[in-house]
Design a protein around this ligand. Sequence first.
Ligand code: CU
Ligand code: CU
Length: 282
Amino acid sequence: MVYTRKNQRDLTRTERKKFVSAVLALKKKGIYDDFVRTHIEYYTADGDSGLRAAHMAPSFLPWHRKFLLDFENELRRIDPTVSVPYWDWTEDNTPTASIWGEDFMGGNGRRGDHQVMTGPFAHRGGHWDITVSVTEGRFLTRDFGRPAQPVNLPTREELEWAINDPLYDSAPWNSTSPDGFRNKLEGWSRGFGADRWRNHNRVHRWVSGLMLGGASVNDPVFWLHHSFIDAVWSHWQKLNPGAVYLPERASGGKVVGRHEPMPPWDTTPASMWDHSRVYRYA
Ligand code: CU
Ligand code: CU
């Protein structure tokens, strides 16, 4: 049966609680940290040798769609009524938005060490120990807006700039691709200062702390952010019914072609194109 992913601002108190409980249950079982590990492993950049499947590549979108679905399936094994809500950061774009409530994602990190002190994922609550990371800290960190190098959340206009590109992706199929919805949404650019990061990337920068880099899955808001990225892709697909994943064939083994598997799975970008029989967005 097709289930629904909702805007997080529309969740009831009970739905917020159920989502948080399911996430904490996966953490306790050690399953959550497997997802952190996988993401760290696939956090490779343009210059790195070998295949780029998850970032700076055409398969950024289908790779994260599959990653999110796997996570959601685990959540639904704990509680079949749960799905991954999405965070529309063009609307809920302040540190006081309800997403950062005590009963949901918790708030900003404190001054100094940026440790998150509120909500279910604060280390002092005893449920959220960071064990898989690239740095030493054992606690969740955030630094909203990075006051040291200020950055704002993307606006609706900045998001529209990506949505209005009818082409899926373009050569050279990496972070320098000048055209295409994928790179404009993923958000690599040659700008300066805060302009270097757009849309998806800018949101990781704005939350900051652990949301920067490969270990970003340690912050549960990762899933709400990527649920929205997936919803935007879904919206773009409806606007462009004839669009296809590009490139059809990938030469040189650097990126994934339309019918080639995206590691660590056998899943192809083509098979992730249509999600309508699995879930929908409200
Ligand atoms: Cu990622
Ligand atoms: Cu991301």
